[in-house]
Design a protein around this ligand. Structure first.
Ligand SMILES: Nc1nc2c(ncn2[C@@H]2O[C@H](COP(=O)(O)OP(=O)(O)OP(=O)(O)O)[C@@H](O)[C@H]2O)c(=O)[nH]1
Ligand SMILES: [Mg+2]
Length: 254
């Protein structure tokens, strides 16, 4: 009684925010428990909203791919098992898409809160898959923004596989494919048609292999070079820059 409508609205919104925060907290707890249980760390698929992340996951895994009678068959809602033709497999996690300009402050707060739940997933991974809608006129800007967001989240040093999606929609698909071939760690796909998915899977496997088996640390500014030598490893090579620490990734020599 006596309260103005706007105050009533604010009260309702505050209550809704409270409920959503509690729900997110329980999601975070669940994911933490789940992370502790699982065998291999999933690869998060990040990128702008509408880039085709979910389409890629659906295309790779299908709706009924998981068998009921196997370990970890029931994975988290957005984490799926990808089985390759060569019998190997890896896990992919769909994440919340980024939006550069959000309509209202409330939407922004909700997106940040929602993304927090996936953040922990990202920070623990050894590889990020960055999906880009390469047919979008602002694709380049979106890549830059995404890179900026990743460095703000302190995950810029995690190795990345760039995926240029929607080549089928691009005005000159051949040019895009040739450009991707020239670049390191970039694959071209069309998630909707299923083009380039084998190459994508092989690239993920290849990167995971390098990261998990041969990755030694960072060579450069810090003391990691010494620690690599202390570990008795004299045969190693470096590649790619770790932007944050201005040092190079260091791998066991092939
Ligand atoms: N032409 C074309 N369309 C695609 C392709 N991949 C996805 N799409 C379409 O792009 C739209 C967005 O795809 P989603 O998979 O929902 O995108 P997302 O990245 O998961 O988006 P958010 O969940 O909002 O972050 C859908 O209409 C898809 O059908 C592709 O390779 N080619
Ligand atoms: Mg999606």
């Amino acid at each position: 009684m006596g309260e103005k409508q706007i105050e009533v609205d604010k009260h309702i919104l505050r209550m809704q925010i409270g409920v959503l925060k509690k729900e997110l907290e329980s999601v975070r707890k669940h994911r933490k428990q789940y992370r502790n249980r699982r065998v291999s760390v999933p690869v998060p698929v990040v990128g702008y909203t509408n880039a085709g992340k979910s389409t890629l996951l659906n295309r790779l895994t299908g709706a009924n791919v998981l068998a009921e009678d196997r370990l970890f068959a029931t994975l988290d809602l957005t984490t799926r098992r990808v089985q390759m033709k060569n019998g190997k497999e890896f896990l992919l996690t769909d994440t919340v898409g980024f939006i550069q300009k959000l309509p209202t402050t409330l939407c922004f707060l909700l997106q940040v809160a929602a993304f927090r739940a996936t953040l922990e997933e990202i920070s623990e991974s050894s590889l990020l898959v960055h999906v880009v809608d390469i047919s979008h006129p602002l694709a380049e800007q979106q890549i830059d923004t995404m890179d900026k967001v990743l460095s703000e989240l302190d995950v810029a040093s995690i190795p990345k596989l760039m995926v240029w999606n929607k080549v089928d929609k691009a005005s000159d698909p051949l040019k895009i494919k040739l450009e991707a071939e020239k670049r390191e760690d970039t694959v071209c796909i069309s998630a909707i048609i299923g083009d380039g998915l084998d190459e994508f899977c092989s690239a993920v496997q290849e990167k995971l292999k390098v990261v998990d088996v041969n990755f030694l640390g960072f060579y450069g500014m810090g003391g990691s070079f010494d620690s690599i030598q202390q570990r008795g490893i004299s045969q190693y090579h470096t590649s790619g820059w770790n932007g944050r620490e201005n040092s190079k990734y260091c791998y066991r020599a092939p």
